[in-house]
Design a protein around this ligand. Structure first.
Ligand code: NAD
Length: 295
């Protein structure tokens, strides 16, 4: 069993830290919100007064934070405080550039590091079935696998530092685009008087099939249970989709790659958020599209 530091006990981090503690690891945690730390303590996790103290004895350090700026700020505190041989694993979804900076800080200090963003949402975090997309040295991946296995159902080694974040934002850009496509198809079907079940039966078994239709259909009462059947309660919040689309556009700007559909998807999700989408699942886009003007 290992000594693990966990920093960032939010919607994702808390259940992930709890799974590590339940598996018998000694987990010491820190969050800037006292309430989050208290919830962790109630689950047998030790509380640390700050991030640097949390990592002092840790063989593995897991961070699950809102964005790249915060991750780098926390790394400034924990990299000098980490003990020799520790592996730093950042599971937050952040921009590729910040992820590479975090790796460089660890390299300079002789520490191993991984960027390891996840998919699977809060349900996957609680169930320990997340998918981890990882970037960093093979040695870091091999050492961290046993820890990641406790929190996840699938680990993918994507390549050098930043490769995990690259995989995550490319996947989520495609997801954002495909969900908008699914919403448009079902909204148009309705306007054409086509029954939603008939539309689903055809699309889900024809060339339009995709995860956004077959697994996560944005129309209530059609296909497997999805947030559409629950008033578009997330699920995967529209805010998080907009965040990930923003990261993909940042990467597209940085590399000079044209991603016109990704750019449009970000625009549409931003508009959806301005017009009632806050706090809704990203598949709630269909409600926005049904009322949006064609201009
Ligand atoms: P959250 O806002 O619920 O949690 C973030 C936590 O970090 C909060 O508890 C906050 O207090 C803490 N924090 C902020 N600054 C800190 C600091 N300087 N030191 C210590 N703690 C600090 O967010 P979340 O939903 O848990 O998401 C975390 C990360 O996982 C994000 O990068 C998000 O994009 C990603 N993600 C989320 C989901 C999801 O469904 N929620 C799915 C996949 C990936």
């Amino acid at each position: 069993m290992s000594n693990i530091a966990f920093i960032g006990l939010g919607n994702m981090g808390l259940p992930m830290a709890i799974n590590l503690a339940k598996a018998g690891h000694s987990v010491t945690a820190f969050d800037t919100v006292a309430e989050a730390v208290a919830k962790a303590e109630a689950e047998g996790i030790k509380a640390a007064p700050d991030a640097a103290s949390a990592v002092a004895d840790a063989e593995f350090v897991v961070t699950m934070l809102p964005n790249g700026q915060i991750v780098l700020k926390v790394y400034e505190a924990i990299v000098p405080a980490a003990k020799a041989g520790a592996v730093l694993i950042d599971c937050s979804t952040i921009d590729v550039e910040s992820a590479r900076k975090a790796h460089a800080m660890c390299d300079a200090a002789g520490l191993l590091s991984l960027d390891a963003p996840v998919s699977g949402g809060t349900g996957g975090a609680a169930a320990g079935t997340l998918t981890f997309m990882t970037g960093g040295k093979r040695e870091a991946f091999d050492k961290a696998s046993a820890i990641l296995d406790v929190m996840g159902g699938k680990l993918v080694y994507c390549g050098e530092g930043g490769a995990g974040q690259a995989a995550k934002i490319c996947n989520n850009m495609l997801l954002g685009i495909s969900m908008i496509g699914a919403c448009e198809a079902f909204a148009l079907a309705e306007k054409l008087g086509l029954d939603a079940q008939a539309a689903f039966d055809v699309i889900s078994t024809s060339s339009g099939y995709c995860w956004s239709v077959n697994t996560y259909c944005p129309v209530p009462g059609v296909g497997p249970q999805s947030p559409a059947d629950n008033g578009y309660k997330p699920g995967f919040a529209a805010e998080l989709m907009a965040k990930d689309l923003g990261l993909s556009q940042q990467a597209a700007d940085g590399t000079g790659q044209a991603t016109p559909m990704g750019a449009r998807a970000l625009e549409l999700y931003s508009r959806f958020l301005e017009e009632g989408g806050k706090g809704k699942d990203f598949s709630g886009m269909i409600e926005y599209l049904k009322t949006a003007s064609r201009a």
